[in-house]
Design a protein around this ligand. Sequence first.
Ligand code: IVH
Length: 671
Amino acid sequence: MKKIKYKINKLRKEILKYDYFYHTLDKPIVSDAEYDYLFNQLYNLESKYKQFITPDSPTQKAGSNLLDKFKKVSHFFPMLSLENTFDLKGYLKFENRIKKKYMINSAIDFCCELKIDGIAVSLIYEEGNLIRAATRGDGFFGENITNNIRTIKSIPSKLKGFNIPKRLEIRGEVFMLKSDFFELNIESFTGKKKYFSNPRNAAAGSLRQIDSKITAKRKLMFFCHGFNFFEETESFKTHYDVLMQLKNWGIPVNEEVLICFNHLEILNFYRKFEKYRASFDFDIDGIVIKLNSLYLQKKLGFNSKSPRWAIAFKFFSKEEISKLEDVKFEVGRTGVITPVAYFNPVYISGVLIKKASLYNKNEIDRLNLHFNDYIIIKRSGDVIPKIISVIIKNRSKNAKKVFFPIYCPVCNSELLLNKEEKIVRCLSGLICDAQKKKLFCHFFSKNALDANGLGPKVIYKLIQKKVVLNLIDFFYLTKEQLKSLSNIGEKKSIKIIETIVKSKKTTMNRFIYALGIFSVGEIISQKLSNYFIFPDNLVNASQKELESIDGIGKVVANNIFNYFSISENRKLVSKLIEILDIAPYHNQCFNKNNVLNKNIVITGIFKDFSRSKLKAILIKLGARISNKISKKTELLIFGKKVGSKFFEASQLNIETMNEEELNSLIKKENN
Ligand code: IVH
């Protein structure tokens, strides 16, 4: 409890400091995303531990100074929110719910619109004249922003045309074009005023200015997506009809509106705009699907939060803008230098993101990255943070360009650019401390020598204290040496030594993988052990022989050959061969009958196995697997949808086995 109270107080202090810089000094010192993140943390803690809430907490007066600026107005119809889904399943649930309720079996029409990422507003027109505009507020009471709304050029102060109702409410989004936002930020940046983290924030900030002259300068836009009539009307049957009428009266309605009759049409609409959203000059964060019939809308009504007749189908990954703080060049296990960008944290699809890999030198060149650049970040494939582009217009004049280093940031040796693979590497191997640490950890990791208990922490300490200088030293560690490290006592030191001794008994493929040769992962290690059987054969292999192995290309063969050409590596490997007990690959795989000791090719799709699972099982049964049919092939195992391999095999009279036969063989072997 004490800890929680301390955390709450710390968060409050931090937030109040940022508030002071933002509101009083007009000089924000953290990004909006970071502020929101801290604020949410505080809010969540206070919701859980209500006893700690005090009236002076920022959560208790959040935005109140802004609210005070404007008069409160009561909404005629509550301004609700929308139910959300991120996938088709969620949409189908929504559609089925509607159909079930009204026992509808046939297609119903839905009106699909873009979900504009802006600020919801309500506009009241009387006799066609705009008389009041308000923000959403808490849904029941909003802020009266009529004066500011009047500065938005595309919102008519008077509706044009005929049959305009006596009183009408228009709902829609106020937003800022991305291009205007960038321009505004440059102005703000050079004028040292506060800058906005995205167009939505800029629109919100601009709309809530006491001085509407400032709002007028901010080039805000508006799209209508909803309406309320104050009197019953028979004139319109559908949502779409009303939108078109509003357009005729002069209200801006986005042109991307489509009537869809089934989920496939809706999915197409969704996919189309998910693809094109980046090319729009305004932000959208999904699509909104609304039951088109006003009669059915009315029948379905609302729940406490949202209408039952509409749903937002949201796009997952969103872009955010941040400011580049630093680029660090990390040295990987195999010496590959990976640039990593660090920026002001931003919140994207629910996750706070602070850094993104820049992959390689080409990526830095592509972005023409400079320190302090404003960058657009997205979570590619919804997960991995990626910098998409730089807002060049916002770059300050004396910004320094990010250069790829010429020397290794850890060991200072000259770096080498491999143009073919687009990578820069430090070739110092174990001389480079960064590579040493990572290689040692890799060598003893689960899929390599599997020394469970000898984790990175112990390994780092051993390197730091210079107890181990190379891999061989690990096998001669004494209890006393281990006990000299902090946090390691008698019991733990014994366990570590036991684990290392146990790890000596290994297999050829694990051993090759453990060496951490550049581009040699587990699959290539298996192929190499499959082919060479004993480690010495591999060490002495020529480049040509390596290239001849099925599944090993020129580049990989070259990397392997280079590794064993370095005398230090050869010395290390031969010492390891001496110390370790390496079982040749086949010994480990052969079972008692060695049933599948054959050159095998697999083709087609298997009902019960994925490709990798099937390969693993076959290897255990002694198989040597290759991708191509050749004269050496002894057996073709085939599933459904076989391709040309099946016919090549039959031409060469190669024995075949289908999935059923294979299954019964596996069963027999397991009994
Ligand atoms: S319909 C009862 N249509 O999204 C709410 N909303 O996340 C009915 N929005 O509060 C809203 N584009 O401010 C609707 N085409 C669109 C929209 C849209 C953006 C906003 C709206 C709503 C929020 C819900």
